[in-house]
Design a protein around this ligand. Sequence first.
Ligand SMILES: NC(=O)c1ccc[n+]([C@@H]2O[C@H](COP(=O)([O-])OP(=O)(O)OC[C@H]3O[C@@H](n4cnc5c(N)ncnc54)[C@H](O)[C@@H]3O)[C@@H](O)[C@H]2O)c1
Length: 324
Amino acid sequence: MKNNLEKVIITGGAGFIGSNLAEHLFENGTKEILIIDDFSTGSFKNIEHLENINIIDSRIEDVEDLEKQLSSYDFCFHLAAGVGVKYIMDNVSKALNTNIEATHKIFNVCSKLNIPILITSTSEVYGVSEDEIWTEETKSLLGPPTKLRWSYATSKLIDEFMALAEYNDGNLNPIIVRLFNIIGPNQSSEFGMVVPKFVDAAIKGDEIIIHGTGEQTRSFTWVGDVVNYFRELALIEPYGEIFNIGQPEEISIKELAELVIFKTNSSSKIKFISHEEEYGKAFEDPMRRTPGIDKIVSLTGIKPSKKLEEMIEEIINYRVNLNK
Ligand SMILES: NC(=O)c1ccc[n+]([C@@H]2O[C@H](COP(=O)([O-])OP(=O)(O)OC[C@H]3O[C@@H](n4cnc5c(N)ncnc54)[C@H](O)[C@@H]3O)[C@@H](O)[C@H]2O)c1
C-alpha cells in the first residue's frame, strides 16, 4: 500500500472526470500533476484554477517524446478517450483510434518506466446483458459490428485485454475500473450526456428529448465518489483487478426527465424520438444497467455518498450558475 501519490499523470485531465480527479488529488497531498489532453471534449476552464499542473496540449498519439515527458511521475490515471454516445456515433473511427492506439502507446511507456496505471473502462462492456445485477464476472452481450455503437464497448474491452495480458506477462501494473454513468460538475452537455442535457433544457424551458420509450433505466454515480475510489485504488494497488464503480439506485429515463422538470420548476415538455431517427440503424440501447459494487465497497470501505435527488439538485445549482 502506498502512502501518497506525489507526482501524477492524468490523460484526459481537462475533461469531466479528469478535472474533478485533479482537484481531489491536490486536496489530498499530491504535489504535481501532468495533464495530457487534446481538448477535443475537455476544456481549459475545468483546470485553469489549479496550480502545479503541467499541460501537454496534444493527442497522445502525436506526442513524440512521451517516455521522456512521463519519466519522473509515480502513477498514471488514463482517462483520455472518445466518450459519449453522440460523440462516438459522430466520430467512430477517431474514437476507436484513440481508445486503442493512444492506450497502447500509454501502456508501452508505463511498462518501460514501471509506472502503475488506472484504466477507465465502462459499463458498456456488459452490452445488453440480461443479468439482474452486473458484477465484474457478468458475461458481455455485445451487438454486431454493424451496430456501430458497440465500437466504444469493444475498444474499451480491447484496452482491458491488453492491460491484463501485459500484467500476466509481468510488464505492467494496471487497475481497471468500469464506470456506470457518472454525473457531476464540469460534465459537458454537448456530447449526448443525459443529465446535463436534460438540466440545461429544463433551465431554458426547452423540450426535453428522450431517445426511445424512456422506459430504459440507468443508475447514476456522483463524480466525487468516483475520484475518491480512484485515489484509494491507486494507494491500495490491487493490480490486475477489475472493479465496477457505480451506484445501484435505478431510475427510468422518463422518470429522470420528470424529476429534472420538477426540481427546476420548469415548463419544459418531454418529447420522445426513436433511436433510429436520432442515430440511424446502427444503434441499440440496453434496457437496464445496474452495477454490482460489492467488490469495490469491500476493498475500500467506501460507499456511494449521495442519493440521486441530491445529485440532481447539486447539478441544477451548478448549471444555473454556469448558464448565468
Ligand atoms: N462519464 C461517464 O459516465 C463515463 C462512463 C464510463 C466510462 N467513462 C470513461 O472515463 C474516462 C473519462 O471520461 P469523461 O466523462 O471525463 O469524458 P471527457 O470527454 O470529459 O474526458 C475525456 C478527455 O480526454 C481528452 N481526449 C480525448 N481524446 C484524446 C487524445 N487522443 N489525446 C489526448 N486527450 C484526449 C478530451 O479532450 C477530454 O478532456 C473516459 O475514458 C471514458 O471512456 C466515463
